[in-house]
Design a protein. Structure first.
Length: 290
């Protein structure tokens, strides 16, 4: 029973922090009370990035990451979860947990398998399920199908049979939520994949379907302050936070990121959880494609 007061306190502090940050970063005169509308208020969401190392094949596999992930989702109740290194069945299992903390809302779950170059099929977990990346969120418009965009990166490390993928979900037409897991065997390849995703793929989606504020969470296998530097693939003005290592959340300029915290995974995987609070400010223009 102690988890619920803790979760409420964490959410309250996060929202307060984020709204203060949003007010400071806007750097414009405040609207008069008569001119304010609910639409002008930032939508506050909490986002959780997890790399579960759950293929059963990697050295970081413990068999305990799923149980810890379910526990973290139950305690933190994020609005958006981006998942790396999972099996297809893991997404189904976590869907139920996510639904339980967002009772009454329609939950959207999306999965994209990594390719397997030798077979031309999907990469497989040790249990035979498809291996890849996933995303969980909830939407306000249950009658409207959610659009999913996904694919594999055009540049891959030819020394690695796993072909890295990307995945995005349109959330209520108000947010494009994305995840990816970039190359771990070639840092130059990871940088090229990052550049292409942020500078080509996501702007192409915006041009073809209409612009939405966009957030990307994932294990980019790149660090800030190292060579190659992850900051070199972050578009001008975009915000970015990280876990001090390889996991990052980056967002267009109309999203304020704050209240970043690391969630202990207690040795069940080789990555901490990365929890970030964000506010979508539709009154502030983002970096739209040319």
């Amino acid at each position: 029973m102690a988890a619920r007061p803790y979760r409420f306190l964490r959410r309250t502090l996060a929202v307060g922090c984020l709204l203060a940050a949003a007010a400071l970063s806007a750097n414009r005169p405040a609207a008069s009370p008569a001119g304010r509308t609910d639409a002008a208020q930032p939508a506050v969401l909490r986002m959780l990035q997890l790399n579960l190392c759950n293929s059963g094949r990697a050295g970081c596999y413990t068999g305990r990451a799923m149980a810890r992930a379910a526990e973290v989702i139950s305690i933190e109740a994020p609005d958006l979860v981006t998942l790396n290194e999972i099996c297809a069945g893991d997404l189904s299992a976590l869907h139920g947990v996510f639904q339980s903390v967002h009772h009454g809302r329609r939950v959207v779950a999306a999965f994209q398998a990594a390719g397997d170059r030798p077979s031309g099929d999907d990469t497989r977990c040790r249990n035979g399920q498809r291996f890849g990346i996933g995303l969980l969120t909830h939407v306000r418009t249950p009658a409207t199908p959610s659009t999913v965009y996904a694919g594999t990166h055009p540049t891959q490390d030819l020394a690695d049979p796993e072909e890295r993928a990307w995945l995005c979900v349109d959330v209520d037409g108000a947010l494009l939520a994305c995840t990816t897991h970039l190359s771990a065997t070639g840092y130059g390849v990871a940088l090229t994949q990052c550049d292409h995703l942020l500078d080509t793929i996501l702007p192409t989606i915006a041009r073809n379907t209409g612009y939405r504020p966009t957030v990307l969470g994932g294990d980019l296998n790149l660090r800030a302050g190292h060579e190659p530097d992850v900051r070199s693939c972050t578009p001008p003005g975009h915000q970015r936070v990280d876990d001090g290592r390889l996991q990052h959340v980056t967002a267009t300029t109309d999203i304020t990121l704050c209240c970043r915290s690391l969630v202990p995974m207690h040795g069940t995987t080789d990555h901490s959880g990365l929890l970030v609070t964000l506010a979508i400010d539709r009154s502030r223009p983002g970096r739209r494609p040319a």
